[in-house]
Design a protein around this ligand. Sequence first.
Ligand code: ADP
Length: 263
Amino acid sequence: QRVLRVERQPVKEGSDGHLWSIRDVTQQKLAEEMRGQFIDSATHELRTPLANIKAYSETLALMEDVDIEQQKEFCNTINSEATRLARFVDDLLSVSSMEVGSLSINRQNVHLERLFEEVVEKVRPLTSSKSQELGVDLPEKLGEAHLDKDKVATMLVNLLGNASKYTPEGGRVGLIVNKADNHLTVSVEDTGVGIPTSELPHVFEKFFRSKDPRVQKETGTGLGLALANEIVRLHGGEITVKSAVDVGSTFTVSLPLYQEARL
Ligand code: ADP
């Protein structure tokens, strides 16, 4: 649906004559709407973990003769909620640096097997909480690459986190890694809700979230893929997506193993 704005301006100062113009403000309206939705989801993203941290720590403080196992369980919940909060704040800061063009990468020699192990360890609690199968397919000898380890890990956790989040209970999430010549190719596939063709060009835009109720019922800010896209670009790589509604999605990232950072 298009949104048109009619504007009236005097032809000359002090004159009675007016010029009428019609402007198409559809894009601007859409951007405003997405920003509004972002404020709602950002508020939720801040409030929920804070409320949980408060509730669990208060309960812990009030409990007498507390069982050590239960104490551990509560502390783990507080810890994972604090991690969620920290991740959100990190994403926000990265997106704001991205806006002013100051997001940069810090390349170091990265042991790839270790990197993928770390990523899988972070994602496993998400897939197991939804009884999803997490398939990991790594080649025998991965060796090293010259990458920004933290940023690449953030990007992969985002992709795998989405794969789990937008896939129903009992579905499958897969991580497939290949190395050829100077390239590392990482595919993240899922058997989830999928993305309609009309939305595919928008998924990497900041604040974009599908209106599909199966997406809306999950928490999210629409920042993860925008950030992933920028991290890949800074590494001189490429990210693509293939998807079919009700079948699943595959995000594929291709990164040069050794290359100077692109400005
Ligand atoms: P968020 O997940 O916080 O909404 P993202 O930037 O990570 O934000 O993703 C943007 C949108 O792209 C999601 O809201 C969803 O509509 C769509 N999307 C991303 N990954 C998937 C996926 N694996 N399956 C289906 N839809 C996805």
